[in-house]
Design a protein around this ligand. Structure first.
Ligand SMILES: *Cc1c(COP(=O)(O)O)cnc(C)c1O
Length: 403
């Protein structure tokens, strides 16, 4: 973007507009070509008018790009759009969701700091803390997600971060984010929320008091299973550290993937409404069926935290899990009898997926760890997509018939 060119009226005025409008338009800065689409900037470096201009840009005295590991206009558009949607001062994109989590801990923690993690987080997140961060002197303890007094009791003088996923995978447990943020702040710790399952369309943790939000953009932000990416969003002071780490260490986002995510975000609000409607219909139907022992979905009145979900989220999400009769054999027969739904552990796709957590995503846990996490052998997880819900019901009925 040339510094002596004024985009003027060509850039949209987004003052006071709603979420769905921001999801379509935030972050775009038109070039002198006045393009209406989102350009992809495939360039590793940028040219300067003069040696003095180069020096000023390297010194950060004038704005502008220097090198794409630091900034890239397509990636910046994605970052600005996410910041607008999460209500963050700043966002920074990463190569994957795991790179986002790594960047937060590497930039905000030092050896000797203590981190509290909710027990039911994504498997690679636990590996990252257990196998790597502990090796660099970060102390890690785990707390049951919903138990506020357990969080309060577990905070120590050196506790720097509390890290949660709410709702949890696959059992859709929640934590009261506003209450947990207060507990963290009272003792000088920060609250980090992995907002991958809700996306900002359903939940905005920063507005509830969290300090930092991370995403795997690979899931609902893309929404169509095309590519990998992540993002960190938060306040300027913390983000300065995160951005500094990413620029130096390098797991930044490709402009191609940023462009895909920009397209994904344009339909985020619509897609999340459709995911939630399909998931709600299937959860209610499953709860009525004979072969089903229990359905875990926060949109059901039977869910113990239904009221909290109503307060904290604008929808209940796409992930429905349920326990079938017949233990592991029953669950496997159910899964194998489906003919439309994909057997895969991925989620956040327009295609519905089905998986058996205890032998896939949670297969590396010991039987005792699975038991304490509530992951029974009879449990099946469905990440509900955007197909016609009647067809999904027909497919799940095939599973029921096979029990
Ligand atoms: C997938 C996922 C991640 C990791 O994201 P990648 O893009 O696969 O690196 C982190 N947290 C949650 C909740 C996830 O579902």
């Amino acid at each position: 973007m040339s510094q002596d060119w004024d985009a003027g009226r060509l850039d949209s005025d987004l003052e006071g507009v709603a979420f769905d409008t921001l999801a379509v338009r935030a972050g775009q800065h038109r070039t002198p070509e006045a393009e209406h689409g989102d350009p992809m900037f495939f360039t590793s470096s940028y040219v300067f008018r003069t040696a003095a201009d180069a020096a000023a840009r390297f010194a950060g005295e004038v704005p502008g790009n220097v090198y794409s590991r630091y900034t890239n206009p397509t990636v910046r558009a994605f970052e600005e759009r996410i910041a607008a949607l999460e209500g963050a001062e700043q966002a920074v994109a990463t190569a994957t969701g795991m790179a986002a989590i790594m960047a937060v801990v590497m930039s905000l923690c030092s050896a000797g700091d203590h981190v509290l993690v909710s027990r039911s987080v994504f498997g690679s997140t636990i590996s990252l803390f257990e196998k790597y961060f502990k090796r660099f002197g970060v102390e890690v303890d785990y707390v049951p997600l919903a138990d506020l007094s357990a969080w309060d009791a577990a905070i120590k003088a050196n506790t720097k971060l509390l890290f949660v996923e709410s709702p949890s995978n696959p059992l859709a447990e929640l934590v009261d984010i506003a209450a947990l943020a207060e507990i963290a702040h009272a003792k000088g710790a920060m609250l980090v929320v992995d907002n991958c399952f809700c996306t900002p369309a359903l939940q905005q943790p920063l507005k509830l008091g969290a300090d930092v939000v991370v995403h795997s953009a690979t899931k609902f932000i893309d929404g169509q299973g095309r590519c990998m990416g992540g993002v960190v969003a938060g306040r300027g002071e913390q983000m300065k550290e995160v951005v500094g780490f990413l620029r130096t260490a390098g797991p930044t986002l490709s402009p191609f993937n940023a462009w895909i995510f920009l397209k994904g975000l344009e339909t985020l609000g619509l897609r999340m409404k459709a995911h939630c409607a399909n998931a709600q219909a299937l959860a209610e139907w499953l709860e009525q069926q004979d072969g089903i022992e229990k359905v875990h979905y926060a949109g059901l009145k039977s869910h113990p935290q239904h009221d909290l979900a109503l307060r904290q989220q604008r929808g209940f999400g796409a992930v429905v899990s349920f326990e079938v009769k017949g233990g592991k054999e029953g669950a496997w027969r159910f899964i194998d009898a489906t003919r439309l739904i994909s057997i895969t552990a991925n989620l956040g796709d327009s295609k519905t997926t089905i998986t058996h957590p205890s032998t896939t995503s949670h297969g590396r846990l010991s039987p005792q760890e699975r038991e304490s996490a509530g992951i029974r052998d009879s449990l099946i997880r469905v990440a509900v997509g955007l197909e016609d819900v009647a067809d999904l019901q027909v497919d799940l009925a095939r599973g029921l018939a096979a029990l």
